[in-house]
Structure formats: structure tokens, C-alpha cells
Ligand binder design. Structure first.
Ligand code: SF4
Ligand code: ZN
Ligand code: ZN
Length: 323
């Protein structure tokens, strides 16, 4: 990464590789590579995400944030395992992202990771599933449903204390802005760095990068030599959060630290009870008779109901996944 002329590391005076006006801090390569894991480690402790002895599953997509998160957790000494879900997305996206994950693990001495191939396991890739769905379900909502199910299943079967995802501050602030502009009280009530487990089959979800700017993660990946997939999933084109990220970047340009302040003030107001969201009604949960994950509607969960539809007859979970 290019050295900013005249910019010096605040810790040692060497040429800086990054200037972070949001923290009034410029750092050289060596000190930046120390600062990032330290900040992520503090975030893990601050929000009590998991303990040093816990087994953690990291959901990796092949993108910079999730690979950097895996790298950081490994450097911090956590017992961490990767999970790559092959969604079968065309245009080379899934194939290339899987290669990046494999190469990353190999170059770091064979870090452990699992791969779940959606087509091999369930008979249909995500795009095929969306195409078959006569009810017009959108690709991303089906993808979300399938990914959540797989993550919870792997975390439960593997005895993981938490699933860590690579959501960064820009992701969180964009979602917060979207939910605030629409006053989505339910979503605002649930948005947090930690989503506790509310059922033995539902894993705890944590976001250790939630206070890290996207730009900081890009710089970290570059300095650490992490080879990630630059392309976004083709189905993310036109996502509203991209627009909100641009707006927030404009705000940040005028007022460094605005994104962090926006997100942290929201968390503080929730924690202190300054803003409150309606408590969600206690809903009766029962265990899905096929997979064991909780469901509020009937005896099959939304994921298992998917495979019951006539148009999905050629797909469906293999026998060994049935409870
Ligand atoms: Fe899945 Fe949509 Fe994300 Fe692509 S953009 S990975 S289809 S949720
Ligand atoms: Zn330095
Ligand atoms: Zn189920």
C-alpha cells in the first residue's frame, strides 16, 4: 500500500501506511498490524462475544472482511474454524470465492474449515432454488434462509459457542440508517453486535468487526497479503445498503468519525434505555420435526417447508440430515 508522504506513525515515527482521521491516528505497517487485532480483541471483550476457551465458527465468504476476521481471530489465539457455504452462484462467483478460502487456509498452515455445498447437500443451488420457487421468493431471501439454517446446523453439530460473521461498521451503520429512515422498530430492536442464542439449535451470532471501518479492513487485508475475491455476489447489485453506504461516506468525509458515532450512540441509547423498542411478544416455539430447529408456524420450520413444495420435488435434504 502506498505510503502517505509526510505522514508519520504516531507510535514510532516511521512512514505511515494508513491515516485514520476518525481516530486521529496514523500508523506504520508494523503498528497497524498490531492495532487492528487489539481493537477487535477489545470489541470481543466489550460486548462479551465469547470467551478465550470457546470454539468459534467463522462464516467465510472469500471476501476481505470474513477472511480478515478469520486471520485476526487466529492471530488472537482463539479456537476458530471456518465455514464456507458453496451457494452455487454462477459467473465464477462461487467457484472463485471457494478457491480464495482454500488458498487462505493453506497459506496459513492449513487452518481448519468446513465446506457445505448447497447443491450437493440439498439437490439445488441457490439460483436454481430461486428459479424453481413459483411463489416468487427473491434469491436473497431464499439464500438467507438456507445460510441461516446451515450455520445453525453446523454450529450445533460441532458444539461451537458462537458464529462470527465479518460485518463491519459500514455494514452496520448502513443497516441502521435504513432501519431508522423507515422506523423499523422490530429490526432496530434486534440490531446488535451480539444476538444471543434463544434455543439450543440456534447459535449465538457475533460481529467482532462491528467497530472497524470498511476502509480499515481493506487496508488490513492489503498489508497482511490476504488474497480475497473483489467481486461482490451478482445478486447484491442494487442493494439499498450500497446507497446508504455512499451517503454515510459523504457524511464521514465532512465529519470524520460520524459513522462510528452514529452506531455507538445507537448502542448506548439502547443499553441505557434512552430509546426503547417494543418487546417482542412471547411466541410459542416448537422444534421442527425434521431438523430440530425452532419454528413458530406448524411442525416444520421455514427451511424444511421449502422442500415440501411440489416445485421443489427434485431437491430436498439428503436422508442423513433428517431428524
Ligand atoms: Fe446470497 Fe443475495 Fe448475499 Fe448473494 S447477495 S450471497 S444471493 S444473500
Ligand atoms: Zn510505527
Ligand atoms: Zn426444519
Amino acid at each position: 500500500m502506498s505510503v502517505r508522504r509526510g505522514m508519520r506513525c504516531r507510535k514510532c515515527g516511521a512512514p505511515a501506511v494508513i491515516n485514520m482521521p476518525q481516530h486521529k491516528l496514523a500508523l506504520c505497517e508494523e503498528h497497524y498490524l498490531e492495532w487492528v487485532p487489539a481493537r477487535v480483541g477489545q470489541t470481543i471483550k466489550r460486548f462479551r462475544m465469547f470467551r478465550p476457551e470457546d470454539k468459534v465458527l467463522v462464516a467465510v465468504s472469500g471476501g476481505k472482511d470474513s477472511l480478515a476476521l478469520w486471520d485476526i481471530l487466529h492471530r488472537l489465539g482463539y479456537a476458530v474454524e471456518g465455514l464456507y457455504i458453496d451457494l452455487g452462484i454462477g459467473g465464477g462467483y462461487s467457484a472463485q470465492s471457494k478457491e480464495k478460502v482454500q488458498a487462505f487456509a493453506e497459506t496459513r498452515g492449513g487452518l481448519p474449515f468446513r465446506v457445505v455445498d448447497v447443491r450437493e447437500t440439498y439437490g439445488c443451488s441457490i439460483p436454481e432454488l430461486a428459479q424453481r420457487s413459483r411463489r416468487g421468493a427473491k434469491t436473497c431471501s431464499l439464500c438467507g434462509l438456507v445460510k441461516r439454517h446451515i450455520m445453525n446446523r453446523i454450529a450445533y453439530e460441532g458444539g461451537f459457542a458462537a458464529i462470527a460473521t465479518g460485518h463491519n461498521l459500514d455494514d452496520e451503520a448502513a443497516v441502521l440508517m435504513q432501519n431508522t429512515l423507515h422506523w423499523q422498530a422490530g429490526y432496530l430492536g434486534r440490531q446488535a453486535p451480539v444476538l444471543p442464542s434463544t434455543h439450543p439449535h440456534l447459535a449465538r451470532k457475533v460481529k467482532p468487526l462491528c467497530l472497524m471501518y470498511e476502509r480499515e479492513m481493506a487496508a488490513y487485508s492489503l498489508v497482511r497479503g490476504i488474497n480475497y475475491i473483489y467481486d461482490e455476489c451478482p445478486y447484491s447489485v442494487g442493494a439499498k445498503t450500497i446507497f446508504y453506504k455512499e451517503l454515510l461516506n459523504q457524511l464521514e468525509g465532512r465529519s470524520p468519525g460520524a459513522k462510528l458515532h452514529f452506531y455507538l450512540s445507537f448502542l448506548k441509547a439502547k443499553e441505557e434505555g434512552t430509546i426503547r423498542f417494543m418487546e417482542e411478544e412471547e411466541v410459542q416455539m416448537q422444534n421442527c420435526r425434521r431438523c430440530g430447529q425452532p419454528t413458530t408456524a406448524g411442525d416444520l420450520c421455514a427451511f424444511c417447508r421449502l422442500w415440501e413444495r411440489p416445485e421443489m420435488a427434485v431437491c430436498g435434504p439428503a436422508e442423513e440430515f433428517e431428524a
